[in-house]
Design a protein around this ligand. Structure first.
Ligand SMILES: Nc1ncnc2c1ncn2[C@@H]1O[C@H](COP(=O)(O)OP(=O)(O)OP(=O)(O)O)[C@@H](O)[C@H]1O
Ligand SMILES: [Mg+2]
Length: 500
């Protein structure tokens, strides 16, 4: 029911108006003075207030001001006598809705109340609409935000590095794969760097030119091709790029480039090539070695027989001994080649890897070449048993340790570490020897690559080739890191899942 508060100090007027209002169906509260009126207003929140201006104590103007302080939208109709025009005007200025002069006719009272109530209803509706509208706008914003976020997420989480630039080359999007690929953080790049800075000189311009030409996938499109990027530390990174021009209302606004890291692929290709090279070289050498072996045995046997026919100090005997020594060396080499090429069946057994390492060390630490070398063992505590052929593994460890000793030449530290990574066990052999230049690292696993002087009977360049083959047969890998003058670390990586 609609609530009306009637404020007048004259009791007769209050009674009379209350009757009229109640007859019209309103709930009526009455107050004889300002303070009472304000109290009821606070408590009941009436829809309309009928307010006499001239009252003792707090007058109508004051009451109106207070009411408006409580609720700016309160509907207040002023009732004034003939002599109160100034006050009535003042009230209108203070946003009274209307004013009636005394004596108030029933009709006029009903009419202005009706109008006021219509205004109240209208205002409520308007409020409701505004609220609805606000909700709608908010919801639309949320949707928009979601759509935007979604697109952002797709770009951000793409496994390929994605870089967007404005016309002119300023980078505006740099996703996390790009961060990982190039080593820069977004904050260093977005709005700060130009696309030319992530290419080798001249490459960015060439790409933009090709992107706009029709010849590489159509205008505005550049089909996949290989280029080289330069990361934060100046390292060159081979990648595939595909790119597209971005348009806004038909006008070129910038472009997007998507980069796929090729390092792993190139590494795998190299490994494959190496394995193929190893196997074909192995087969070829084995064939030759086999053929050489027989006549060699003949030469040796007869040289021995012949030598016995001469006395120790006879020059011919000395010459024959040279023949015997050199032929023995050749036979050693031939045997090495045969060992390398022979595909021995593996006899894998579950065992701990540390005792295999220790056995290898046991053979070698007492040899003269180990004198002057400090040995540090740092074995991890959580290394599981691994399925390995221990004879072959010993051979691998031996080759790597001998190489380290050669590189340290009588002084330095050999550190042997084992550790468990999630799916791998890694064994490091770190030496403080001569190290190797970067370009050599690609070649050391090639059969017959050596920098050693082979007249001493060592240095056939087979140690690492053989080791590589063995570790590959265990589904593992050998990695190498080296710095000239500082030392070298070989890391053997064996998969844990080969446990059975
Ligand atoms: N730890 C190391 N430090 C420095 N250079 C190394 C190291 N290990 C290997 N090399 C280099 O790699 C080359 C190839 O090694 P690999 O073991 O295959 O052959 P090798 O030691 O020369 O001969 P072989 O092992 O057949 O006696 C070596 O000649 C050497 O130049
Ligand atoms: Mg060697």
């Amino acid at each position: 029911m609609t609530k009306v508060l009637l404020v007048d100090d004259e009791e007769s007027i209050r009674n009379m108006m209350r009757m009229t209002l109640e007859l019209d169906g309103y709930s009526v509260w009455t107050a004889a003075d300002g303070p009472t009126a304000l109290e009821i207003f606070q408590k009941e929140s009436p829809d309309v207030v009928l307010l006499d201006v001239r009252m003792p104590g707090m007058d109508g103007v004051e009451v109106l001001s207070r009411i408006k302080e409580i609720n700016r939208d309160a509907e207040v109709i002023i009732i004034s006598g003939h002599g109160d025009m100034d006050m009535a005007v003042e009230c209108l200025r203070k946003e009274a809705s209307n004013f009636l002069t005394k004596p108030v006719s029933e009709e006029l009272l009903s009419l202005s109340l009706k109008r006021s109530l219509e205004k109240v209803a209208l205002r409520r509706k308007l409020k409701q609409y505004t609220r609805n509208l606000e909700t709608l706008v908010r919801e639309a914003n949320v949707e928009l935000e979601k759509a935007y976020q979604f697109r952002e997420n797709i770009i951000e989480n793409s496994p390929d590095a994605t870089v967007c630039i404005r016309k002119g080359g300023a980078i505006i999007i740099f996703n996390s794969a790009a961060e990982k690929l190039l080593g820069y953080g977004k904050e260093e790049v977005v709005g700060k760097m130009n696309i030319v800075q992530i290419y080798l000189p001249g490459v960015a311009r060439k790409i933009m030119k090709d992107l706009k030409s029709d010849d590489f996938g159509g205008p505005g499109i550049l089909q996949k091709r290989q280029v080289t990027l330069v990361d934060k530390h100046g390292h060159e990174i081979p990648v595939y790029i595909s790119a597209a021009v971005l348009y806004e209302n038909g006008i070129e606004a910038g472009s997007v480039g998507i980069f796929t890291d090729l390092r792993e692929k190139i590494k795998l290709e190299k490994q494959l090539l190496r394995s193929e090279k190893l196997s074909s070289l192995g087969k070829l050498s084995a064939g030759i070695a086999h053929e050489i072996n027989q006549p060699l045995t003949g030469v040796l046997t007869f040289a021995h027989l012949l030598a016995k026919k001469f006395k120790n100090d006879e020059p011919t005997r000395k010459d024959l001994e040279i023949i015997i020594r050199e032929t023995t060396r050749v036979r050693g080499i031939v045997q090495g080649v045969l060992d390398f090429a022979r595909e021995m069946p593996m006899q894998k057994k579950l065992r701990r890897i540390e005792p295999v390492l220790d056995q290898t060390l046991e053979i070698i630490v007492h040899q003269q070449r180990f004198f002057g070398i400090a040995l540090v063992k740092d074995y991890g505590s959580d290394i599981p048993e691994m399925a390995v052929d221990s004879n072959l593994m010993e051979q691998v460890f031996m080759n790597i340790i001998l190489n380290a000793l050669d590189a340290m030449d009588g002084s330095g530290t050999l550190t042997i570490r084992t550790r468990r990574l999630e799916e791998w066990v890694e064994i490091d052999f770190q030496d403080t020897g001569s190290g190797m230049p970067e370009i050599m690292l690609d070649k050391i696993f090639d059969p017959f690559f050596t920098t050693k002087d082979s007249t001493e009977g060592m240095g056939m360049g087979l140690g690492l080739a053989v080791s590589y083959g063995i570790v590959k047969n265990h589904n593992g890998d050998i990695l190498v890191a080296s710095r000239e003058g500082v030392g070298t670390t070989f890391t053997i990586r064996l998969p844990v899942e080969m446990n059975y």
